[in-house]
Design a protein around this ligand. Structure first.
Ligand SMILES: C[S@@+](CC[C@H](N)C(=O)[O-])C[C@H]1O[C@@H](n2cnc3c(N)ncnc32)[C@H](O)[C@@H]1O
Length: 433
């Protein structure tokens, strides 16, 4: 449809970063007031695919309302069947393109999100997506936008171009076409095609083990375009939304942890925000971004920030290590956190959820709230710890029903209502992840 793959289904993927509990926690950690997920709220996902992310959110928040929009009815049929099987009455899937949705459903949402869409669709659909946000995001509401970015994705442009040109000339589904295209590229690589582009070769080899349906959606669109983050921020800024930071918490860490050593000083000294953001993407060789924006941003005053951060609950996830030290694998290499800090935190959280204020009283962090915040963010990133769902008593039967539907459909996810998320089954904590 308009150059977008529709003949095979996109796989069932889950991203913790899209969940309301996570988004509101990250926005608070960044110093901005977030919609309160303990109270009724509304959430819309644009381009929801099979709806996995939205289904998890709806199961964990029965008191909230969820809407998924997609122009692929095959995807929505699966999503609706899952909602029905899990007994979710607070979710609706709307069969619509973005342009039509913006014109016909002027809703009002506290959260709007889109993942795996922006850098894959034609400019008119990106404009439609922006119209949806412009028409429907409440003041103070959060917008999550995922996209491929420069410079990490730049060297795939030529690969995508070949795959897109080749596909219409081979028979079969788009999943088969993309596999044929990759085979051709590997044959050419053996003959030295990418000899001076080791980055492309590395990418090509990493695609080998991926689900062909995923690859078809990823590479066969006619409008594949990584973005410069500053351009995206400018477009979203024109709607009256401000950039808060990343939903991927690693990127919000202090530059001393999240930028390779020799570049830290340069990035930290840069006074021009757009330049600093670009340099960060370059220093990290970022290939995708999960940006978090707020309509009419609501920065918290110092007192409110301390109070709201202090009240934020944290909980250990299944498979967390019993003690430290912990080696965190980050996009710029491994970071080892000291044994005393990790062990103190892990032992306390093994005993049950705790607020930031309670954790700040641990002897290992005495008088060092910034160090606690940093350690927690690394643990959030590595799925050792998760923010607690402030309405933990709710959603248990729906969460169970959805987990059962996942099981029947061989989707290795378990819904965790007390955290407002899902975890991969069998994904015991792995330091090499
Ligand atoms: C790559 S999938 C991502 C699905 C889901 N967000 C996820 O991350 O798992 C992109 C989805 O966006 C939908 N989509 C693409 N362009 C669209 C448009 N213009 N209007 C509505 N849906 C669109 C596709 O049908 C597809 O289901």
């Amino acid at each position: 449809m308009d150059g977008y793959t529709t003949d095979v289904n996109y796989p069932a993927f889950f991203y913790k970063e899209m969940q309301p509990v996570w988004l509101s926690c990250v926005s608070r950690l960044l110093g901005f007031a977030a919609p309160d997920v303990a109270r009724p709220f509304s959430y819309c996902e644009l381009g929801c695919g099979l709806g996995v992310n939205l289904l998890v959110a709806a199961a964990c928040h029965p008191h909230a309302r969820f809407v998924g929009v997609d122009f692929n009815d095959r995807h929505l049929r699966v999503a609706r069947a899952a909602a029905q099987a899990a007994g979710l009455s607070n979710i609706e899937f709307v069969h619509s393109g973005f342009c039509e949705f913006a014109a016909s459903h002027p809703g009002s949402f506290d959260f709007m999100a889109t993942h795996g869409v922006w850098s894959w669709v034609a400019p008119r659909h990106r404009a439609g997506l922006l119209d949806c946000v412009s028409a429907s995001l409440q003041p103070g509401g959060l917008f999550y936008l995922h996209y491929m970015c420069h410079p990490g994705s730049t060297d795939l442009l030529a690969v995508q171009h070949v795959l897109n040109l080749f596909a219409p000339h081979v028979p079969g589904t788009s999943a088969q076409q993309v596999q044929m295209g990759l085979k051709l590229l590997r044959q050419l690589a053996e003959r030295g095609l990418f000899v001076d582009q080791p980055g492309v070769l590395k990418h090509l080899n990493s695609l080998h083990s991926k689900d062909p349906n995923h690859l078809a959606h990823e590479f066969l669109t006619d409008h594949w375009q990584p973005q410069h983050s500053v351009d995206v921020h400018q477009q979203i800024g024109a709607l009256g939304l401000g950039y808060l930071g990343s939903a991927d918490v690693f990127n919000n860490l202090d530059a001393s942890l999240s930028i390779p050593g020799q570049l830290q000083g340069v990035v930290q000294q840069t006074q021009i925000p757009a330049l600093a953001e670009t340099l960060k993407d370059m220093a990290r060789n970022s290939h995708q971004r999960m940006d978090l924006f707020q309509r009419q941003p609501r920065p918290l005053g110092r007192e409110d920030y301390v109070a709201q951060l202090g009240a934020t609950l944290f909980q250990q996830l299944p498979g967390a290590p019993a003690g430290g030290p912990v080696t965190f694998s980050t996009p710029i290499g491994p970071i080892e956190a000291p044994q005393a800090l990790c062990t103190a935190l892990l032992l306390r959280l093994a005993a049950g959820p705790a607020s930031f204020s309670e954790l700040a009283q641990l002897a290992a962090f005495a008088g060092q709230p910034a160090l606690l915040l940093q350690t927690l963010q690394l643990m959030l990133m590595q799925e050792i710890v998760h923010p607690g769902n402030p309405a933990p008593a709710s959603g248990h039967s729906q969460a169970h029903g959805l987990t059962q539907w996942f099981e029947r459909n061989r989707i290795a996810l378990k819904v965790l209502a007390p955290c407002g998320t899902a975890v991969r089954i069998g994904a015991a904590f792995d330091q090499a992840r």
